[in-house]
Design a protein around this ligand. Structure first.
Ligand code: MG
Ligand code: MG
Ligand code: MG
Length: 306
């Protein structure tokens, strides 16, 4: 069995795949974690901290048995995923469009991180993760909940992260989170074409496709200095893929605010749905850090209202 994270993998996609595959191994089932692309710098930091090897990259799964983590949409899977047997889903997003022809195991909870759910699967099965795996899962929860500051954070996430820290032997979660966030904010040498795809997801809304990436940073200065380069690359992508909008959310994880940059067929419609106004391909989203909770529902409502 392959445990497969989503496209443009984030920390959760990596750490939950590793955590779940390891749980299955403990229970005597053969399972391998896999990613659909290169890990991002924050994920590489967690691999380095835990000493675990980087999982293999898989973009073809036809004929395989798979368990998917951190998504439930066909669009975030491999192009051939309909030819695989989906044994199960672990996710914390809105329910996607995946259906199956055979029964499957679903663990979909409204919590801050898929790794929180995976940890509860360990508990359900009376298992304890190995220390390096616990460290990865703790890191995923720190990442997805923005160190427990984001609006998707629940008490279940906090309990899981604290227990995982103890198993991993991490005494100071704050210090760990600070180092982790420094790693993900180091974007000075990352080309604009790569930055705009980081953590990007494509959402279909009333027939239109909106590609929305997110950079979570300890300061927006470097990202804003690359704004014109990013807008140029976003324009290329937009034309190539036929998106309605290409958006990159620049989220300040200290101030808990977001500045969005946008290329769009109708930028005013997008900004208005989020109570903002576009000036020079840019709009402010004060107090916004969560794409899934503070952005997508409002865009979906605006697009589907027509
Ligand atoms: Mg994710
Ligand atoms: Mg997640
Ligand atoms: Mg995220």
């Amino acid at each position: 069995m392959i445990v497969l994270g989503h496209q443009n993998p984030d920390c959760d996609s990596l750490c939950s795949a590793i955590g779940l595959a390891s749980l299955f191994n403990k229970m005597g089932k053969t399972a391998t974690p896999a990613l659909q692309g290169e890990p991002n710098p924050e994920a590489l930091f967690l691999l380095e901290q835990s000493g675990l090897p980087q999982p293999e990259i898989r973009t073809e799964v036809a004929g395989e048995e798979i368990f998917i983590v951190d998504y439930s949409d066909w669009g975030q899977g491999t192009a051939d995923m309909k030819k695989a047997t989906i044994l199960g889903i672990v996710d914390h997003h809105k329910l996607g469009d995946i259906t199956t022809s055979t029964p499957l195991e679903c663990w979909i909870w409204p919590v801050g991180c898929s790794a929180t759910i995976v940890y509860n699967m360990y508990k359900f099965n009376n298992q304890v993760p190995d220390a390096p795996v616990a460290k990865m899962m703790m890191g995923a929860i720190i990442s997805d909940t923005v160190n427990f500051q984001g609006p998707t954070t629940t008490d279940i996430d906090k309990v899981a992260a604290n227990e995982l820290a103890e198993i991993a032997g991490v005494d100071d979660i704050e210090a760990f989170a600070a180092a982790q966030f420094e790693a993900k904010s180091d974007i000075a040498s990352v080309p604009a074409a790569e930055l705009i795809l980081r953590d990007q997801k494509v959402f279909e809304m009333a027939g239109d496709k909106l590609a929305i990436g997110q950079l979570e940073l300890t300061s927006l200065d470097t990202a804003l200095s690359k704004k014109s380069d990013m807008l140029a690359e976003m324009g290329v992508l937009q034309a190539e893929k036929g998106y309605h909008s290409t958006i990159v959310l620049l989220t300040d994880i200290n101030k808990l605010d977001t500045v969005a940059i946008i290329i769009s067929e109708d930028e005013d419609k997008v900004a208005k749905a989020l109570n903002s106004t576009v000036v020079d391909h840019t709009f402010d989203l004060p107090g916004v850090v969560s794409r899934k909770k503070q952005i997508i529902p409002f865009l979906q409502a605006a697009f589907e209202a027509e």
